[in-house]
Design a protein around this ligand. Structure first.
Ligand code: C5P
Length: 241
């Protein structure tokens, strides 16, 4: 793949909007963007029809519903996602090895059965909203950094393809889990843009250099006067990294 194309595939645009109309208008306007994050708010409002409409526009879906349930139930959800043609999805690594193994098996089986590409399965380790004290409160005595690494290794051993993590955890996860274990990172702000509520941010170029495979970027693209131009500026920033 040409370098520019490859870099466009690294940027996942977060469609943090409430309606299908707004989401599809953004996806249409972002003609160069390939992958869109659909989270709980939008999916709960609009459901699979939105994924089908995005696919009809040639867009790939990153379904961020953070599955966490018994292995049989999560396996079933992953099967449904694979049938829908989801490109990437998330599940909580804290759901345990058996749950993640069931998910990985379901993704493989359903893709083999339908002939569709297997969805990329990503573990969510520790939510960045949780601090060390919050972990202690739910009975975990490790620091968040230790717990992130422990869960990333567990996700890898269960057959997941990668994890979602903060840009500050990219290097340690790549080092401990290997270069092929994917890291997807939010908390990205292009040079010179507002940080909003994100605290420990990094620029797209910094995250790329540290080894991020994908970055989830929302408001600095979707809230820009021209989302299309904002997207292309980030691609250029990555090209120059
Ligand atoms: O607008 P912004 O670029 O901050 O959006 C980042 C996206 O990544 C949002 O969809 C947000 O839910 C998601 N995210 C995050 N921090 C995490 C996990 C996910 O910002 N730790």
């Amino acid at each position: 793949m040409e370098n520019k194309e490859r870099l466009k595939e690294k940027i996942i645009v977060a469609l943090d909007v409430g309606t299908k109309e707004r989401a599809l208008a953004l996806a249409g306007e972002l003609e160069d963007a390939r992958i869109f994050k659909i989270g709980m708010e939008l999916f709960t409002a609009e459901g699979p029809k939105l994924i089908e409409a995005a696919a009809a526009m040639g867009k790939k879906a990153f379904l961020d519903l953070k599955y966490h349930d018994i292995p049989n139930t999560v396996g079933g959800a992953v099967r449904s996602a694979a049938r829908l043609g989801i490109h990437m999805l998330t599940l909580h690594a804290s759901g345990g090895k058996e749950m993640m193994t069931a998910a990985a098996g379901a993704a493989r089986e359903e893709s083999a059965r339908t002939g569709r590409l297997k969805p990329i399965l990503l573990g969510v380790t520790v939510l960045t909203s949780l601090k060390d004290d919050d972990l202690r409160e739910i009975g975990c005595s490790r620091s968040t950094a230790e717990q992130v690494l422990k869960l990333a290794k567990l996700a890898r051993s269960a057959g997941l393809d990668g994890v979602v993590c903060s840009p500050h955890e990219i290097e340690i996860i790549k080092k401990e889990c290997g270069p092929d274990f994917l890291v997807v990172t939010p908390g990205i702000r292009p040079a010179g843009s507002a940080s909003q509520d994100q605290k420990r941010i990094m620029t797209p170029a910094e995250a790329l250099i540290k080894g991020a495979d994908y970055m989830v970027i929302g408001r600095s693209i979707t809230g820009a006067p021209s989302p299309h131009q904002a997207f292309l500026r980030i691609v250029s920033e990555l090209e120059n990294a």
